[in-house]
Design a protein around this ligand. Structure first.
Ligand code: UDP
Length: 419
């Protein structure tokens, strides 16, 4: 078992508020598994780029978990597209940090997202330790499912991902679908790919009193609340929910009196996903009065929001897993999700929610119409959601990673170990 792991998350920090900019499920993932790995006796040091001069060089995030803020490039205002230009400075600072420690300080390096993988490749070579890599999203997959108006990921990222896949001792996929993509699209050796499901905090996300939850957000006690939670970007397609709501009220004008669409999250990416563009869309479709925007919420408050909703809608064009879908189900709220990426794993179609095999707002409207009209059906899916979400846990994720770490260390020391 590794004593100490260097975790690299160059472009975003586990200390950031998820749901806006570059902070999302990966941040939650790294924070949750790091705490649990540390509780199991593995020290975790997380390297992330310093994005403000106010940040202390090191923060203890939890017992046994340090976050190291690495200066590389300007503190603020550096878009993700320009981060490749800072890889050298960031890698140099990571190697320097290690050089100040005793020899053999880290037993393993775990990188998240391809930019961190580039740093991890270098650290692996320099330190002679195994590299475990989690891609979280893949450019080839994203480019094959682009939303209208979204920019394709550049060829440089594809190349960078291919290099990291080739260099990694072990690749961790979130779902069997992602494992297949790593093998089929990136030529990964199947023996070096393991699938470990992300989790959910069932203590935080659990069913509760809907009326209390609605009061918290000033939502009407009666009536229907449809919810979108996540980064507002084209890939997540919150516009599909707004368009579906417009379809619903066009077909049944009486619904206008009882329908509220809540969009919770902050700006991220470009184009139609921006909150301002979404507001304009709602206005053009004549449903501005139905749509409420909420700033990103911390996880404890997010539980209340899921409980306040009748249905959570996840219409993403691609989703490597979809933590929001699992969190909503854990709170007893059925999910209507696009049948893409990890969402068919995150949602049990027909039991905990409904998977929609398209991105046509009319198809979402059809599914939502039935859910709105049939409270019993909704309640049955809600109960199914609680059962389905209980299959996922961060402890299980951390245990899976630990197994992967052990296997990577054995294979690196010359004993072949299938994972
Ligand atoms: N999230 C949050 N506050 C918000 C919106 C989102 O804490 O206002 C969290 C949410 O609970 C989830 C994560 O951000 O854990 C989003 O993860 P998901 O896998 O759904 O999407 P990703 O951001 O990874 O694309």
């Amino acid at each position: 078992m590794p004593r100490r792991v260097a975790t690299i998350t160059l472009h975003t920090s586990p200390l950031d508020q998820p749901g806006t900019g570059d902070a999302g499920g990966m941040n939650v993932y790294v924070a949750e598994v790091s705490r649990r790995l540390a509780a199991a006796g593995v020290e975790i040091e997380i390297f992330t780029r310093a994005t403000s001069s106010d940040l202390p060089p090191v923060v203890e995030m939890a017992p046994g978990v340090l976050v190291r803020h690495v200066p590389a490039g300007p503190y603020e205002g550096l878009p993700r597209d320009e981060l490749p230009g800072q890889l050298c400075a960031f890698s140099g600072a990571v190697l320097e940090a290690e050089a100040h420690q005793e020899p053999g300080w880290y037993d393993l390096v775990h990188s998240h997202y391809w930019l961190s993988g580039q740093v991890g490749s270098l650290a692996r070579m320099r330190w002679g330790v195994p590299l475990v890599h989690s891609a979280h999203t893949l450019a080839k997959v994203k480019n094959a499912a682009l939303a209208a108006g979204d920019r394709p990921e550049p060829a440089g990222r594809v190349l960078g991902e291919e290099q990291v896949v080739a260099d990694s001792d072990l690749l961790v996929a979130n779902t069997p679908a992602e494992a297949g993509q790593l093998v089929d699209l990136y030529g990964a050796d199947p023996a070096r790919v393991t699938t470990v499901s992300p989790g959910v905090d069932l203590g935080r996300f659990q069913p509760g009193d809907r009326r209390v939850a609605r009061r918290r957000f000033g939502l009407p006690e009666d009536g229907t609340v449809l919810l979108f939670v996540g980064r507002i970007q084209p890939l997540k397609a919150p516009d599909i929910l707004v368009r579906a709501a417009a379809d619903l009220v066009a077909a049944d004008p009486a619904l206008r009196r009882s329908l509220t669409v809540v969009v919770c999250g902050g700006a991220s990416g470009n184009g139609m996903g921006e909150p301002a563009a979404l507001r304009r869309l709602a206005s053009v479709l004549g449903v501005s009065d139905l749509v409420r925007f909420l700033k990103p919420l911390p996880p404890d408050e997010l539980g209340q929001l899921y409980r306040a909703a009748d249905v959570t809608v996840v219409p993403s064009h691609n989703e490597s897993f979809g933590l929001v879908a699992v969190e909503a189900q854990a709170c007893g709220t059925p999910v209507v999700a696009a049948a893409v990426g990890g969402l068919p794993t995150a949602v049990a179609d027909g039991r905990s929610g409904i998977l929609v095999p398209s991105h046509d707002p009319a198809d979402y409207a059809t599914v939502l119409r039935r859910l709105i009209a049939e409270p019993r059906y909704r309640a049955a899916l809600g109960r199914g959601g609680v059962r389905h979400a209980a299959r996922f846990s961060w402890q299980h994720t951390a245990d899976g990673l630990l197994d992967g770490y052990r296997a990577a260390m054995r294979s690196r020391s010359g004993h072949l170990a299938p994972v």
